[in-house]
Each structure stands twice: as structure tokens, then as C-alpha cells.
Write a protein that binds this ligand. Structure first.
Ligand code: CDM
Ligand code: ATP
Length: 285
């Protein structure tokens, strides 16, 4: 990713995440689902460009189809940080969007996290990681893992994070054309919500599945068919509530080989799994 750092401007990556498995273990009284999942990052994603303004305005100069600027998680994250830190500074922000929306790759959440981390740095507001993650969770369940930037075992509604060391294979990620809303899958009657909790050790030994997949596959024939296709070449999995599917490969060449065999109409990318998010790899330098 193209990234630069100087005092008043900053360009930073907002990488995608994959859910290597996703078990739904219950539902809380407020309707939110308890789950277990493993998050890992990939070195592919959006890029955000920030520059400081002295007048306090937050201006996002890139449009996202179907999302009003005020609803954009980038603008919402910037405003929340401004309030929490009590700063008079603002920002001009540009977004180079590469990640599909409703793809289960966490693009919106990652954009929000990169905004929190990036503007905290640029504005010198000095909030710590816990404070940024606390702001993040109010924007979406997946924001804290991007703020912390470490591959993690997640429980609760996804906010209880334990960093883990995982293999870092290459992934082929396939992007069906349909976009899946997380809320729609979590409200489907057919979703099973009673998978018994497992341990990380049990996952390492026996693996896990994605409990949302049967519901997503029943609702979207395109995802069903893409899964069958990808399963010819690897053990195909779905990330989050879809739509994206992925398979793991020992090296880039193997992943590229399978990618070359897919129909040209099917969007996809090959990326390396990372236990440290590309955002954090950059800012810790
Ligand atoms: C499924 C995952 O992608 C796994 O990484 C995430 O848990 C979803 O994270 P997200 O897209 O950031 O989701 P949010 O924007 O927080 O929630 C969207 C909607 O999904 C449902 N939702 C979400 C997370 C959760 N643990 N239980 C839920 O029931 C809620 O109806 C919520 O209104
Ligand atoms: N900066 C943003 N980028 C993408 N989506 C955004 C953004 N701001 C707000 N949104 C809204 O959030 C929704 C979810 O987008 P996102 O790209 O995070 O989906 P996702 O990858 O399926 O997420 P998850 O894996 O967390 O379920 C979009 O449909 C859009 O309406």
C-alpha cells in the first residue's frame, strides 16, 4: 500500500479482515448475538489520506455510493474523536476505496479505525488504544480489532479480544457481486444460535465453521454457486456474514494459479494474511 507520513499530512492503510471461523453461541436480551471468531488481517484494503484543518471542519472529499457523508463511518469516527479529545482541529480526508461494501471484509469498520488512529496521531490528541477502542465499539462491533491491530480470538459480541499468533498463509478472496447486510443475516429465523463455545486449542485441532453460511447460501444463489466453484480448488470459507469467500494457500503462486482459473467476470484478489495489521506495521516503524 502507498503510505506516507509527515507532520501535517498522513496516508494510512485500512486493511480488510477475515473471519477464519464464526460460531454463534447465543443471543442477548438486547438482540445482539454472542459469538466466537478468529480475526486475521490481510495486506489489501482501502487507503485514507488525512490533512489537518485549523477551523475544526471534518471534510470527506470522496463519495461512497449510497452513503451520505454524515453517515460515513470515517466522518462519524472523526467527530467522536474530536469530542472525546476536546480538540479545535479538523481534517480534510480522502478515501481510496478498494474493499467492497457488505462483503464481510470489515471495510467500513477498518476505515473508522484508521481514522481514529490516524487523527489521534495527526492532532496529537494522545488518547490511548483502550480509549480509541471504546470509541470504536460505538461505531461497530468490528472496529476495536482494527484499532488494536492484532489478529485475535474474539468472544462476547465480538469485543472481547485476545491476541493470537496464527499461520500467515496467502489468501484468495472472491467477491460475489451481491452485497449482504449483517443485520439481515442476524435477524433470519433460520440462523442457528446455539453452537457450544469452544477453546482456541479445540479450534486449532478440529477447526470451526461459519454458522452464518447456511443462511447466506439459502438467500443468495450467487454465493452458493461461487462456494461450489471455489471448493473445487481449496477449502472455501465465508468471512463474516458474507458475501466474500476465501481459501488459504501456502504461497502466493498457488493462490494466483487458482485465481487465474476463475471466470474473468468474478472479482477477486490475492493477499497475505497478517497477524499485525498493515496499519500497525506502519505506525510502529
Ligand atoms: C459478523 C461480524 O462481521 C464478525 O466479524 C461482526 O460481528 C459484525 O460487525 P459489524 O458489521 O460491525 O456489525 P454492527 O454494525 O455492529 O451490527 C450490525 C447489525 O448486526 C447485528 N449484530 C451484529 C453483531 C453481533 N454480535 N450481533 C448482532 O446481532 C445487529 O442487528 C446489528 O444492528
Ligand atoms: N467508510 C465506509 N466504508 C464502507 N461502508 C460504510 C462506510 N461508512 C458507512 N458505511 C456503511 O456500512 C455498511 C457496511 O459496510 P462494510 O464495508 O463495513 O461491510 P462489511 O465488510 O460487510 O462489514 P462487516 O464485516 O463488519 O459485516 C455499508 O453498507 C455502508 O452502508
Amino acid at each position: 500500500m502507498n503510505t506516507t507520513v509527515n507532520s501535517a499530512e498522513l496516508s494510512l492503510p485500512a486493511p480488510a479482515k477475515l473471519n477464519l471461523f464464526l460460531h454463534i453461541t447465543g443471543r442477548r436480551a438486547d438482540g445482539y448475538h454472542t459469538l466466537q471468531t478468529l480475526f486475521q488481517f490481510v495486506d489489501h484494503g482501502d487507503t485514507l489520506h488525512f490533512s489537518t484543518r485549523s477551523d475544526g471542519q471534518i471534510n470527506l472529499h470522496s463519495e461512497l455510493a449510497g452513503v451520505a457523508a454524515e453517515d460515513n463511518l470515517i466522518v462519524r469516527a472523526a467527530r467522536l474523536l474530536q469530542q472525546a479529545a476536546g480538540t479545535q482541529l479538523g481534517a480534510d480526508i480522502q478515501l481510496d476505496k478498494r474493499l467492497p461494501m457488505g462483503g464481510g471484509l470489515g471495510g467500513g469498520s477498518s476505515d473508522a479505525a484508521t481514522t481514529l488512529v490516524g487523527l489521534n496521531h495527526l492532532w496529537q490528541t494522545g488518547l490511548n488504544e483502550d480509549q480509541l477502542a471504546e470509541i470504536g465499539i460505538t461505531l461497530g462491533a468490528d472496529v476495536p480489532v482494527f484499532v488494536r491491530g492484532k489478529a485475535a480470538w474474539a468472544e462476547g459480541v465480538g469485543e472481547q479480544l485476545t491476541p493470537v499468533e496464527l499461520d500467515e498463509p496467502w489468501y484468495l478472496v472472491v467477491i460475489p457481486t451481491c452485497s449482504v447486510s449483517t443485520a439481515e443475516i442476524f435477524s433470519d429465523q433460520r440462523l442457528t444460535r446455539d453452537t457450544p463455545p469452544i477453546t482456541l486449542a479445540a479450534f486449532r485441532e478440529h477447526g470451526g465453521r461459519n454458522d452464518c453460511l447456511p443462511v447466506v447460501a439459502a438467500r443468495y444463489s450467487e454465493i452458493r454457486n461461487t462456494l461450489i466453484l471455489l471448493n473445487n480448488y481449496c477449502e472455501a470459507k465465508m468471512t463474516g456474514t458474507g458475501s466474500c469467500l476465501f481459501g488459504a494457500f501456502p504461497n502466493e503462486r498457488e493462490a494466483d494459479k487458482v485465481r487465474a482459473r476463475l471466470p474473468a467476470t468474478l472479482r477477486s484478489f490475492v493477499a497475505k494474511g497478517c497477524n499485525v495489521s498493515p496499519l500497525h506495521q506502519l505506525i510502529s516503524k
